[in-house]
Design a protein around this ligand. Sequence first.
Ligand code: SF4
Length: 324
Amino acid sequence: MAIQELLVKNLKVSFLTPEKELLAIRGISYELNRDETLAVVGESGCGKTVSALSILRLLEEPPGKIVSGEIFFDGKDLLKMSKKELQTYRGKDIAMIFQDPMTSMNPVLTIGEQIIETLLRHTSCSRKEAMNKTLKLLDQVEIPSPKEKLDQYPHQLSGGMRQRAMIAMALSCDPRILIADEPTTALDVLTQGQILYLLKKIKKETKMSILLITHDVGVVAEMARRVMVMYAGEIVESGPVREIFSSPRHPYTIGLMKSLPTLESTEEKFLKLNEMPGIVPSLSKIPSGCSFHPRCPSAETRCKIEKPIFKKIAEEYSVRCWLY
Ligand code: SF4
């Protein structure tokens, strides 16, 4: 039986604007199991990153605000902890990597200093032990000539090497959970493949759980066992990757899948997702009923009025659509 590592219950997050408070995450619930990779997929603006940042309360408050919900780790609600207590979990038990390492690494500290500093803050090791572990970590993420890289600044590394260094920093305290927010989006295709391979290799070695945020359905197929599809701040479909990829139920997921390139892809085929009318609604204009109804080819009158419930239709499989 799967062991739960993280449990999110009915999380709601809003943003305060001069006019009013806008709900960005509208009550999401899910669990992340030990030693699994769970992907969160959806277009930009669906709430993927906001929901991930909320786990460690990294949203800027204000304008961000966690309205309600519970996030359990080790039997404790992260949302009820003091900032000081939460600090003991951040970077240690739950680490995060971002799309652009330049925004999360300190530009005036060398790679080595940053990793050593993380180790000294969260563990009881000596400076010498921290230095040795840092070298091992750089080697683990396959950075060539780790000794030289130790003394380099983030801007002296290529995008791919910076991402590897950030992964090394995230892994420094042997986290149980790694939250990876679009970790390959800023990279070229070749480097993207190398980083995904590296994450898979490290996950196999460490047995950590990965919450992978991505807009790229191809990355989901490559990496995850389960996937949650988000639209307008809600989970609209979730289940095993294999099942969702072979027969997606929600019309939004079907649209996303059509964007996946195939061997016979033509230019027109690539454009099919764009043919789905409309765009992700802004927070101030979430449609009534099913939030996807203005774009949905299967929408009926009921969809415009009544909000569909998130219904379990099979083991590990749920969908939010009146068709099911
Ligand atoms: Fe489309 Fe209706 Fe299903 Fe929403 S509930 S996805 S509008 S069919």
